[in-house]
Design a protein around this ligand. Structure first.
Ligand SMILES: Cc1cc2nc3c(=O)[nH]c(=O)nc-3n(C[C@H](O)[C@H](O)[C@H](O)COP(=O)(O)OP(=O)(O)OC[C@H]3O[C@@H](n4cnc5c(N)ncnc54)[C@H](O)[C@@H]3O)c2cc1C
Length: 273
């Protein structure tokens, strides 16, 4: 099955083509296609590969053998409501992580030391079940082959309202303009926002895109910003921060465009997909 998506409306950064995507309804999929979740962490360029999303068959939550089994197309908000209703803890961070479960797993999304992998038991891909201990992962990265169709979590009782409030407050400083969340990962022991600000780029604008006045590590779409403007700002920040601090900022936002796949020159590299 196929459907047409307008990524200027569908993606959180409001950039991208209007194009047909394949909807995957079972565990077979075209290997040359790129999987998207809710598009809260991607910047899709004009030269994107063929795209796919998971169908509603993968939007479910059930409890089996004492584990919480969640389909990868399940939105975070739905999972949070389920956990609240069934008094399950450790998912209180979800209101601040827009996306589907598959995207969260792939990114190991989280806030400070709270990450989606913390209470993960296993994931299911087309290659079968993979236990957490066998999946290399860390701050905003994971390394596994294939597509996530389901994730299983340990169940710990006691939904924590205080944690829910704490997570809400943690992100009070986030801009409300369209963005893909943090543009760069924080380098060890430092903050990407601080480095961008010190490099003089907080609020810096090219066309419709800018590094937010509110938080420099948010690349925001202020007025019909384009892919090219976003890339220009990303590369400007990488180059400026590198020249000033000898630190290479690694993209957190994933650039989905063939031109930026596998680039090796550090001053051109964005992030391979
Ligand atoms: C305002 C805002 C605030 C944010 N704050 C945070 C934050 O505090 N912490 C944080 O960690 N993130 C944050 N993000 C980023 C985003 O919430 C997470 O990265 C989220 O996990 C993305 O989910 P998604 O469904 O939108 O994935 P997408 O953006 O669609 O995809 C992200 C990646 O996941 C892959 N992917 C998607 N589905 C699958 C699947 N089924 N199998 C394999 N790979 C898959 C894609 O190929 C891509 O590489 C923020 C984003 C926004 C817009």
């Amino acid at each position: 099955m196929k459907k047409t998506i307008d990524f200027t409306k569908h993606s959180s950064i409001k950039i991208g083509p209007q194009t047909e995507v394949s909807v995957i309804q079972d565990k077979t999929y075209p290997k040359d296609h790129y999987m998207l979740g809710q598009c809260n962490n991607v910047l899709i360029g004009p030269q994107h590969p063929p795209l796919m999303v998971l169908g509603k068959e993968f939007d479910y939550i059930k409890v089996e053998n004492g584990l919480l089994c969640v389909g990868a197309a399940t939105p975070g908000g739905k999972l949070l409501s389920f956990c609240k209703k069934h008094d399950i803890r450790h998912f209180e961070l979800l209101p601040k992580l827009p996306g589907n479960l598959g995207g969260m797993i792939k990114m190991n999304a989280g806030l400070k030391e709270f990450e989606i992998f913390n209470h993960l038991h296993s994931i299911t891909t087309e290659n079968g079940e993979l236990l957490k201990k066998d999946i290399p992962h860390g701050y905003r990265w994971t390394d596994f082959e294939g597509i996530v169709f389901e994730a299983k979590f340990e169940i710990h009782k006691g939904f924590n309202e205080a944690h829910l409030e704490m997570f809400k407050k943690m992100r009070d400083n986030q801009p409300i303009d369209p963005s893909a969340g943090s543009c760069f990962k924080n380098p060890e022991g430092d903050s990407a926002g601080r480095l961008i600000q010190e490099a003089g780029l907080k609020g810096h604008r090219i066309g419709g895109m800018a590094f937010s006045e509110k938080h420099a590590n948010f690349l925001v779409n202020l007025d019909k910003g384009t892919f090219e403007e976003a890339i220009e700002l990303i590369q400007l920040a990488q180059k400026s921060v590198y020249e000033k601090f000898d630190v290479w900022l690694e993209n957190e936002v994933i650039v989905v465009d063939e031109r930026y796949k596998g680039k090796e020159s550090p001053l051109l590299q964005t992030r391979t997909f």
